[in-house]
Design a protein around this ligand. Structure first.
Ligand SMILES: *Cc1c(COP(=O)(O)O)cnc(C)c1O
Length: 233
């Protein structure tokens, strides 16, 4: 697990450097280790290294791993991938934060299940800022309409912020392609309620987390950069 420790240390340094360069405190950015492709031993290795924020994109795998991988202090499990309505009931008790609420129908479903189960889950609303057909999420206009109609229709859901994904880009195009999308999410957040109402911005993956931090990311979701070189070992 030496490679994992080295990768993690390097990533933490890059996060801190990007935050500092943007005039932000390094601890204003939470590293979520995305474990969707990680072997069990890597998940255990991350926990041994003190990581407590883990992200899965399939609810089934999240709930299974939440039972398998326990730690003190407890793991905070992040649901980052698409969530089908029929998976909400099982997911909610296990998830610390659901990043991928991508429609009003899903939000309404979460509200109903949460009310029934006596829960008040924290969620982020996923926005499709780039406008790509392949990306799910609220369009900016759909989010504005949701705001105008009022979030008080969902009293059992705590909407804590916004999430987005930038288009995939070659390394030398990230600044040009991804950064405007991250800036767009921040602008949208400022328009809707500002950092007080919506403190969390989940944006940035292995290939583009530095520009995301420059634009105000509070949560970066990192997978492959943590596991580089591990599969051969
Ligand atoms: C897989 C995934 C990530 C992590 O991707 P990497 O490029 O491996 O860092 C982040 N966010 C979401 C929504 C994902 O599905």
């Amino acid at each position: 697990m030496d490679a994992l420790a080295a990768n993690l240390a390097a990533v933490r340094e890059r996060i801190a450097a990007a935050a500092t360069a943007a005039g932000r405190a390094p601890d204003a950015v939470t590293l979520i280790a995305v474990t969707k492709y990680a072997r069990d031993e890597w998940v255990r290795g991350l926990l041994d290294l003190g990581v407590r924020d883990l992200g899965e994109n399939r609810p089934q795998q999240l709930t299974e791993r939440a039972e398998t991988f326990t730690a003190q202090p407890p793991v905070r499990w992040h649901q980052i991938g698409q969530l089908q309505r029929n998976k909400v009931q099982k997911l909610l008790p296990a998830a610390f934060l659901t990043h991928s609420v991508d429609s009003e129908t899903l939000l309404a479903r979460i509200e109903r299940v949460a009310a029934e189960e006596g829960l008040v889950p924290a969620v982020l609303l996923q926005a499709n800022v780039s406008g790509e057909d392949s990306k799910s999420g609220f369009t900016p206009d759909a989010l504005r309409a949701l705001w105008d109609a009022g979030l008080d229709r969902f009293p059992h859901v705590r909407v804590r912020g916004l999430m987005t994904m930038a288009p995939a880009a070659a390394p030398d195009a990230v600044e040009a392609v991804a950064r405007p999308v991250f800036a767009g999410l921040r602008t949208l957040r400022d328009e809707l309620g500002g950092a007080e109402a919506l403190p969390m911005l989940s944006m940035g993956m292995s290939g583009d987390f530095e520009p995301a931090i420059a634009e105000g990311a509070t949560h970066v979701r990192l997978g492959s950069v943590l596991y580089a070189g591990l599969a051969e070992g």
